[in-house]
Design a protein around this ligand. Structure first.
Ligand code: HEM
Length: 189
């Protein structure tokens, strides 16, 4: 069964994507600006670090569930309907985790003089913007009639799905590895 060829109205997509991408960028920039004013003491810093790890477990955990489901869809072992149901359930947890990482991160006094910190913060922004595109794609695929397989999708949809999954993993892992590496005691770096 071929996928319905009627794409999501571009204007409607832009009406969602542009404000969402702007909101992600403003929150990201606001968190970085806040680090100039927030100087949490030991107790709050430790609590923020614990919160950072909890938000990581929730947000990235949900990303792994979504990308694992995406892999089942890509390999033809699951249709779009089941995949989109799981994505719709896990997506809010990704955004909650992401928001938690950004808020707690702002309390962790990031070293903004370090290139590695900016590499990580760049990956954090890409993670958020890619999340906006992924939500747009999920809405588009959920609107398709029936239960299309990956092969039934249009080439452009398949390319966007592959790109979205690849960017998601690359950006999250960059933020995780740099965040962990940056935090290693001097003797280990
Ligand atoms: C996708 C978003 C993010 C991910 C996946 C992430 C991941 C991590 C990880 C894995 C660590 C190491 C934790 C540890 O060893 O205890 C860490 C530490 C850190 N992160 Fe993030 N982070 C994110 C966002 C942010 C943001 C937005 C900021 C700043 C605005 C930030 C600032 C920091 C700082 C300063 C540390 C060192 C913590 C310390 O002093 O102990 N992170 N991050």
């Amino acid at each position: 069964m071929a996928a319905d060829d009627k794409p999501l109205a571009p204007v409607r997509a832009l009406r969602f994507a542009l404000p969402a991408a702007l909101a992600v960028t403003l929150v990201w920039a606001g968190a970085i600006a806040a680090t100039f004013y927030l100087h949490p003491g030991g107790g709050l810093h430790l609590t923020a670090r614990f919160g950072h790890l909890l938000a990581l477990a929730a947000g990235f955990g949900a990303v792994v569930v979504i990308d694992a489901c995406g892999l089942l869809f890509l390999t033809g072992r699951q249709g779009a309907a089941q995949t989109m149901r799981v994505v719709a359930a896990a997506d809010p947890i990704v955004w909650l985790g992401y928001a938690g990482l950004v808020v707690t991160g702002a309390l962790l006094k990031p070293d903004l003089s370090s290139t590695l910190t900016w590499l990580k913060l760049g990956a954090v922004l890409v993670t958020g913007l890619n999340g906006v595109h992924a939500r747009l794609l999920t809405r588009e695929l959920s609107a398709l009639p029936g239960d299309p397989s990956f092969r039934d999708l249009r080439p452009f949809q398949r390319a966007r799905l592959l790109l979205s999954g690849t960017v998601s993993q690359a950006a999250w892992w960059t933020a995780i590895v740099v965040g962990f590496w940056h935090n290693l005691p001097p003797g280990y770096q």
